[in-house]
Structure formats: structure tokens, C-alpha cells
Design a protein around this ligand. Structure first.
Ligand code: FAD
Ligand code: 2HG
Ligand code: ZN
Length: 523
């Protein structure tokens, strides 16, 4: 059955569509050109966002080190510069390192031996999952050794009674979704990068995504972690239990720590049952206050079946149309909303959705819309939202801001930025997880433009702090945002973070230059 597209007054017809320490001073080299990225050709990359960072006095890789790793990981200690290229550069192609060694362990024991050796030698390490991070955290800044989780990709157990999945950290999110899907469960998180990101990377970034509104953050659904500390100690808190009040919940320290406190090697996560009925409504609204009113109404009328509430503005729609050739299924509108319902009774959910849609149409909150229940149609509608990030990469150099704000202020920031930047920016667009109060503000420019960047930052962070928001809702701080964290966290909290870092990683070998602000700024 094909998706039924509704005209502005047609909701009444609701159908089911269906060596030695180095004392050299290194500063990061400027970014050099890369070949075009995935699929469609992409514009030239932005200059490194972090030139000026100084290399800390870690050891440099010796022949003895190389020999050690070749013996430990035969055929899995890679030094070929061409192979390393993809791991030295981030997904956005905005930052790059110059690592000469990529390690691909298969077991926790191998990770432990790698870190024990690196810690003793003073060699810095960058843990890397799917390398889809958006804040420059997943690639080395200088010559840090890259520790990839790509071969830590085994499911360890799945309990069909409790829904608890235990797997190695390098399992790709989409593969896990398929695995648990076959047993009538779903992963509690979903994101546009699911085809590449690893569950360990998701945990390390405390990723949010499209299902957070329904299933909550990873801090609730991750039940246990196995983590290797900087000195090689294996910390096993894999207890697949929903309730465990035995002292400090240490796993929480590692969730969202972006590879700076330990390497996650295995994850236990609670998977919900797969909902038997899913509906997706794609609606157009004339104003942002109408989007907010629709959200309020929808929470009231859809209640427990509401599973996602996402929005995008018309500039995002234009980007996916122009760059990815996707089709807008409804009448052009300044704003678009995706509302997903999921539950266990199709008839019940459809009736609720039907009543809600009638209400938003008769009250003129919504100008046009379409509903899909068939899998392929649902995927096509989700693509309009999920592929905005990809479309943006074809629009030029992208400056990304991932902010939490009280919902009433969410789009004010986009409008304020549009006015503030005027013609200096190519596009200023807003979209995101409205149901979670999470705005993705993206600003593009034909090429890297330091004057534009200076007009955006710290303005955008000051604005966010003034409106009691957070400067990183879900992507983390990585390299790019770490020195703005004081806009969201007070000085005593930052000092405590550094103390925790020093306790767990006294030599500072784990993902240096990331997440924590420059130490001097917190002393
Ligand atoms: P990487 O990018 O490899 O690493 C991210 C960070 O985690 C780095 O600091 C790295 O050192 C650390 N790390 C990775 N693995 C480990 C490990 N095993 N142990 C310790 N540290 C580790 N994010 C969201 O929150 N919500 C979204 O909706 C979302 N959508 C996205 C859509 C697209 C198209 C893209 C490109 C990205 C999106 N992201 C989103 C950002 C990104 O996908 C997430 O941050 C994701 O969780 C990163 O996983 P990864 O395996 O790629 O980690
Ligand atoms: C999303 O929700 C991701 O699509 C990426 O978090 C957001 O690219 C972005 O700014
Ligand atoms: Zn997001």
C-alpha cells in the first residue's frame, strides 16, 4: 500500500498507509586538502578547528614499540599511511591527526595489554569507534596511537526474558538493531549514524538520538560496562541487573567521558520489546509557536504512544532536496514536524493519532501532512530528517552547534543568528529533537571563514548560557567545544573533573586534548 498524501483539509479521510619522551614543541599543522568524501562529491574541507594546540610531552613511537604491537596483534597493528588516513580524519573532515599506528584488538585482554604498555611508555592513545563523532573527539590531534574497536564486534549474550543484551563495544548499532529485531526487541537508541557508529562510541558520547523521548538516555538503559583503565586494569561492572545499589555507580563516570577515562570494551544494555504498531506523521506548520502548540497538544492526546517528536525548518528541507534529491511529500511550509507513535495495538494507536490529527487540522495548527505505517514509507519520511547532517556537508564548511534549551527559546536562537550573521553566512538552519529540547543549529559558509566563526563564537554560547541552556546536548565536547564548557559548568565542577581524570589516568594518556578544558583555565 502506498503512502496517502493528504491535502490541507483531508484528515477526515484518514487511511492507514499502511622511545623517549619528546621535548619537541609541536603545534598542530593546518588542515590540508582531502579527496572528496562519501558518495556525492563534497566541497573542500574546513581548516583544522584546533591549530595552535600544543603537543604534550608524550613519548614518540619507536621501532621497539612497533615490534611490541606487531607481536601482540599480528596483522592488526597497522602502519600503512593510506589505511591510517581514514582513521586520522573525522567524519566531517574538519580535523585531522597524524597517527602512525592503528591498533585493532579483538579481546579485552588485548586492550588491557595495549594500555598497560602505553601507560608505562607514556604513549598517548585515542580510542575510536565508528568515527562518526561530530566534535573532533574521535581522531588524534597529533601522533596519538589509534585504538579501534572495529574487531571487538561480538554479541556476548541476549536474554529474551529480560531483554538484556551484552555485547562487545565495537558492535555497529545497526547490526545490533537487526540482531535484537529478529527476536522482537529494539535497541533503546537510534541515530542517523547507526550504519557506522559503535555501541561503545555511543556509550562514550552518551549519544541521544531519535528514541530518547521514549526510552530515555543511555544513563538509564546501560546496565553495565566493562572498561579498561589507563594502566590496563579491567573494571568489570557488567552486572546485567536492573537494580543494583551497591555503592557508587562507577559506570556512570564512563558514560559520556569520550574516551578520556577508560576504554569501554563491553556493554550490557536493556532493550525494549519491539512495538507492533508504528505510525509516522509528517506535518507542516506555518510558525514555530504553532510547532510548540502542536507538541503540547500531541503530548496530551497521544500520551504513552508518542515515541518521537522531531522538527526541521524549511531551509533544512531545501538542503535535502537540493543536495540529496529527496522529495518533500507535503505542501511547502516554514516548519516540518515528524511525530512517531509506537505501541502494541495498531487500532488503539491509530484512533488516537486520528483524533489528534483532526484536532490539529481543525484548529489550523497544521497546514498539511501525511501519515505512513508501512516500513518503507516510514523510512522515506525519516530520511528527510535523518539525512540533514549529510546534506549539510554538501553545502560548504559547516559550523555545528548542539544545544539544549528550554523549548520556548529553541527557534529564537536560529532567528537571532540569522539576523546577527546576515549575509556573512550561506545558510543558518535549525532542526532537532524538539521533544528533548535539543536544537541542532548549523551554519554553513562556502569555505572556512575565520571572521564568520568569530561572529558565531562565543556569541552562540553566551546566548545559550543566558537562556539557561547547555552548550552540548548530546554530541559531547571533544576537541571543538571543550574550551567553552565553562558556559555550562561552574569552576568547582571542572576542577573535580580534572581531579577524576588525574586519579584514573595519572599520565594523561587517554584521549588527550579532548573533553576537559585546558587545565590552566580551571586552576
Ligand atoms: P567515535 O566517533 O569513534 O568516537 C566518539 C568519542 O567516543 C571519541 O571521543 C572517542 O575517543 C570515544 N570512544 C569511541 N569508542 C570508545 C570506546 N569503546 N571506549 C572509550 N571511548 C570511546 N549523536 C547523537 O547523540 N545523536 C544523534 O542523533 C546523532 N546523529 C548523527 C548523525 C550523523 C549522520 C552523524 C555523522 C553523527 C551523528 N551523531 C549523533 C554523532 C555520533 O554518531 C555519535 O556521537 C556516536 O555515538 C559516536 O559513535 P562512534 O562509534 O562513531 O564513536
Ligand atoms: C541529528 O540529530 C544529529 O541528526 C546530527 O545529532 C546533528 O548534524 C547535526 O548537527
Ligand atoms: Zn541529534
Amino acid at each position: 500500500m502506498t503512502t496517502v498524501f493528504y491535502g490541507s483539509r483531508a484528515w477526515g479521510l484518514f487511511h492507514r498507509a499502511s622511545s623517549s619522551s619528546s621535548s619537541r614543541v609541536w603545534t598542530h599543522p593546518p588542515f590540508v586538502g582531502l579527496s572528496p568524501g562519501r558518495g556525492l562529491s563534497r566541497p573542500p574541507p574546513c581548516r583544522a578547528a584546533h591549530s595552535g594546540v600544543r603537543r604534550l610531552p608524550f613519548a614518540t613511537l619507536s621501532q621497539q614499540d612497533r615490534d611490541f604491537f606487531q607481536t601482540l596483534l599480528p596483522g592488526r597493528a597497522l602502519t600503512d599511511p593510506e589505511v591510517l588516513e581514514a582513521s586520522n580524519v573525522d567524519w566531517l573532515k574538519s580535523v585531522r591527526g597524524s597517527s602512525e599506528l592503528l591498533l585493532r584488538p579483538r579481546t579485552t585482554e588485548e586492550v588491557s595489554q595495549i594500555l598497560r604498555y602505553c601507560n608505562a611508555r607514556g604513549l598517548a592513545v585515542t580510542p575510536q569507534g565508528g568515527n562518526t563523532g561530530l566534535v573532533g573527539g574521535s581522531v588524534p590531534v597529533f601522533d596519538e596511537i589509534i585504538l579501534s574497536t572495529a574487531l571487538l564486534n561480538q554479541v556476548l549474550s541476549f536474554d529474551v526474558v529480560s531483554g538484556i543484551l551484552t555485547c562487545q563495544a565495537g558492535c555497529v548499532l545497526e547490526a545490533l538493531s537487526s540482531f535484537v529485531g529478529e527476536q522482537d526487541f529494539v535497541m533503546p537508541l537510534d541515530l542517523g549514524a547507526k550504519g557506522s557508529c559503535h555501541i561503545g562510541g555511543n556509550v562514550a558520547t552518551n549519544a541521544g538520538g531519535l528514541r530518547l523521548l521514549r526510552y530515555g538516555p543511555l544513563r538509564g538503559t546501560v546496565l553495565g560496562l566493562e572498561v579498561v583503565l589507563a594502566d590496563g586494569t579491567v573494571l568489570d561492572s557488567q552486572a546485567p541487573l536492573r537494580k543494583d545499589n551497591t555503592g557508587y555507580d562507577l559506570k556512570q563516570l564512563f558514560i559520556g567521558s569520550e574516551g578520556t577515562l577508560g576504554v569501554v570494551t563491553a556493554v550490557s544494555i536493556l532493550c525494549p520489546r519491539k512495538p507492533s504498531a508504528v505510525n509516522l506523521a509528517f506535518l507542516g506548520c506555518a510558525t514555530f509557536p504553532q510547532v510548540l502548540e502542536t507538541f503540547q497538544l500531541c503530548r496530551g492526546m497521544l500520551g504513552e504512544v508518542l515515541s518521537a517528536f522531531e522538527f526541521l525548518d524549511s531551509a533544512c528541507m531545501k538542503l535535502v532536496q537540493d543536495h540529496l534529491k529527496l522529495t518533500n511529500p507535503i505542501k511547502e511550509s516554514p516548519f516540518y514536524i515528524l511525530i512517531e507513535t509506537s505501541g502494541s495495538s495498531a487500532a488503539h494507536d491509530e484512533e488516537k493519532l486520528h483524533r489528534f490529527l483532526q484536532e490539529v487540522m481543525t484548529s489550523s495548527l497544521v497546514a498539511d501532512g501525511t501519515v505512513a505505517t508501512e516500513d518503507s514509507k516510514i523510512k522515506a519520511l525519516w530520511a528527510l530528517r535523518e539525512r540533514i547532517t549529510e546534506a549539510l556537508t554538501h553545502d560548504g564548511c559547516v559550523y555545528k552547534y548542539d544545544l539544549s534549551l528550554p523549548v520556548q527559546h529553541i527557534y529564537q536562537l536560529v532567528e537571532d543568528m540569522q539576523e546577527h550573521l546576515g549575509t556573512r553566512a550561506k545558510n543558518v538552519v535549525g532542526y532537532g529533537h524538539l521533544g528533548d529540547g535539543n536544537l541542532h543549529l548549523n551554519i554553513t559558509s562556502p569555505s572556512h571563514d575565520p571572521a564568520l566563526l568569530a561572529a558565531i563564537e562565543p556569541y552562540v554560547y553566551e546566548w545559550t548560557a543566558r537562556h539557561h541552556g547547555s552548550i552540548s546536548a548530546e554530541h559531547g565536547l571533544g576537541l571543538k567545544k571543550r574550551n567553552y564548557v565553562h558556559f555550562s559548568k561552574p569552576a568547582p565542577a571542572l576542577r573535580l573533573m580534572w581531579q577524576i581524570k588525574s586519579l584514573l589516568d595519572p599520565r594523561g594518556i587517554l584521549n588527550p586534548y579532548k573533553t576537559l578544558p585546558d587545565r590552566a583555565s580551571t586552576d
